[in-house]
Design a protein around this ligand. Structure first.
Ligand code: FES
Length: 184
């Protein structure tokens, strides 16, 4: 698995909190989606452990909960990275190569969309139209809009992160992460 994950104590803590929160939900199958939404809202993703707690609560198999969750693309199964990259694949972006931009980002990070790098630094996801089609193809990097994306711009964005990290390490903050995306 290429995703970053919580440490075992963090996972335990999260599962304890989820178990406590489950007490306010009826033990019925029709509660599965509201419960999953509650978990995702609090923790930004659904871990297998969390889905098992949900399954135990409503009395169905974990695989069934997983099946429900994967049916809806609102759910994610990996913790988001510290830097979140969203590639627009709405129609306007798709027709001018949004999928190529996504492939470039995936290749650069060594992960697929929906995943997070093992160091927890970056995650990448596809999104539907973000409302600035005139700038297609569009990417969002930590919420900032980057228009007219091209493979060279993908490189430029990661170069900016690399340089920022190197600068912080030189300044003695070794291990710190880049705090902001490079200029657009
Ligand atoms: S389709 Fe990408 S911004 Fe509209």
């Amino acid at each position: 698995m290429t995703a970053a994950s919580r440490t075992p104590p963090e996972e335990e803590q999260m599962l304890r909190e989820i178990s406590a929160a489950l007490a306010s939900f009826d033990r019925r199958r029709d509660q599965v989606i509201p419960i999953l939404q509650m978990i995702q809202e609090r923790y930004s993703y659904l871990s297998m452990g969390a889905m098992k707690r949900v399954a135990d609560h409503v009395g169905i198999a974990t695989s069934e909960v997983y099946g429900v969750a994967t049916f809806y693309n609102q759910f994610r199964f990996h913790p988001p990275g510290r830097h979140q990259i969203h590639i627009c694949l709405g129609t306007a972006c798709h027709v001018v190569g949004g999928d190529v931009i996504l492939e470039n980002v995936e290749r650069r990070l060594g992960i697929k969309e929906g995943e997070t790098t093992p160091d927890g630094e970056f995650s990448v996801e596809r999104v539907a139209c973000v409302g600035c089609c005139a700038l297609a193809p569009v990417a969002l990097v930590d919420g900032d809009t980057f228009g007219q994306m091209a493979p060279s711009r993908v490189e430029g964005i990661f170069l900016g992160f690399d340089l920022d990290r190197e600068r912080r390490e030189r300044e003695g903050g070794k291990g710190d992460v880049a705090q902001s995306p490079p200029p657009q």
